[in-house]
Design a protein around this ligand. Structure first.
Ligand code: TTP
Ligand code: MG
Length: 374
């Protein structure tokens, strides 16, 4: 049997602002852009949420609902720093940590439990350490699979702790709304409502052939989740695949300045996305599609793991510059990052510099022409 924790910080950005500025403690804090600039709420402190303010709401609406709300502009580098502190506490508890974003992660604590600690004790210790060492509050769900752990962490926020005992998974999930299940978005939920299914319990009791009809290839996986017995592994960072951003142009582009502008914007997007996921990568990939639909990728492996804009921009541009030819135009351009992991310490063998171009930086099977596939 496995033991999984899902941990998610409470009102993360707002909590960091309250931590750094004691004047904000106990007050309704709205982190986000100014209403006069059509700003949006990134998050609100729980003091503001009682007025009906939530993430992704226009700041103008938030201010109408909560006029006493204090608007604070976001400081991403500070959030990234606090996220790093929290993730390293998680990694001291277990090697098997899967960050989902800056403020949440799955931890596989099976080995710790086998070593003699009760899951509840591990969860309490995690909450205490995060509070004492970072000043932040984390809500935690504990169970035998990702599904129940994730739903559990959200159920008792803020400062939540929900333990789903082995054997109680299906019963725990049964009364909850179907849209709480990972993978059931608004459209699927709508479809299920059409079939008279509102709760996870009603979903779980459907016959197998019904699942096959409703979900096709996903049938078994959805059914397992509804019964609270999914066997999704906790994927550590290095097991994550890639993060990328690509665009198909309305008109093919051949102009160097224009291409450079696009590739740099894509690179910045990738850097931000890596940051949001708490990831650093070493291999920058460039995907290109020519006017005749020939599609190919080029890649460059850096000496270190990074999610900084500059080196990613530089590598992506260098890869593109090597492909520019007079008269050659592009219909699609994408930038991606793979080869995730922790930043290597200086002096480790991994930090040796690889040449920028040439075959040395290509993995087998890469930098090939694949006209039909992405
Ligand atoms: P969440 O964990 O969804 O929200 P939260 O931590 O603010 O509040 P809680 O978990 O207690 O419900 O997201 C983490 C951070 O991500 C959040 O503090 C701000 C950012 N974020 C956005 O910028 N936009 C969004 O739409 C959402 C949902 C989050
Ligand atoms: Mg959160």
């Amino acid at each position: 049997m496995r033991h999984i924790i899902h941990a998610d910080l409470d009102a993360f950005y707002a909590a960091v602002e309250q931590l750094d500025n004691p004047d904000l403690v106990g007050k309704p804090v709205l982190v986000g852009g100014r209403p006069e600039n059509r700003g949006v709420v990134a998050t609100a402190s729980y003091e503001a949420r009682v007025f009906g303010v939530h993430s992704a709401m226009p700041m103008r609406t938030a201010v109408n609902r909560c006029p006493q709300g204090i608007i604070v502009p976001p400081r991403f580098s500070r959030y990234k720093e606090k996220s790093g502190e929290v993730m390293s506490i998680f990694r001291e508890i277990t090697d098997l940590v899967e960050p989902l974003s800056m403020d949440e992660a799955y931890l596989d604590i099976t080995a710790v439990v086998v070593g003699g600690q009760k899951p509840l004790a591990v969860a309490l210790d995690l909450k205490r350490r995060v509070a004492e060492e970072t000043g932040l509050v984390v809500s935690v769900g504990v169970g035998t699979c990702k599904t129940v752990a994730k739903i559990g962490s959200d159920l008792d926020k803020p400062d939540g702790l929900v333990v789903i005992q082995p054997g109680d998974e299906a019963e725990f999930l049964a009364p909850l709304a179907v849209n709480k299940l990972w993978g059931i978005g608004p459209k699927t939920a709508e479809r299920l409502h059409g079939e008279g299914i509102e709760t996870i319990g009603q979903l779980a009791e459907q016959p197998l052939d019904w699942f096959a009809r409703m979900f096709g290839k996903r049938a078994m996986s959805v059914r397992d989740k509804a019964m609270g017995r999914d066997d999704e592994a906790v994927h550590t960072e290095s097991a994550s695949k890639s993060i990328s951003s690509e665009t198909t142009f309305a008109n093919d582009i051949g102009d160097e300045t224009e291409l450079r502008d696009v590739v740099e914007r894509k690179a910045v997007g990738v850097a931000h996305s890596l940051e949001r996921h708490g990831l650093k990568g070493r291999t920058v990939k460039l995907k290109l599609r020519l006017a005749d639909f020939t599609t190919f990728t080029r890649q460059y492996t850096m000496a270190y793991h990074t999610n900084d804009e500059e080196p990613i921009k530089e590598a992506a541009w260098a890869l593109l510059a090597a492909e520019l030819e007079p008269g050659r135009t592009f219909r699609l351009l994408g930038v991606g990052m793979t080869n995730f992991g922790e930043e290597a310490e200086a002096g480790e063998p991994e930090t040796q510099q690889l040449p920028l171009f040439g075959d040395d930086n290509s993995l087998p099977g890469d930098a090939v022409e694949d006209p039909l596939q992405d």
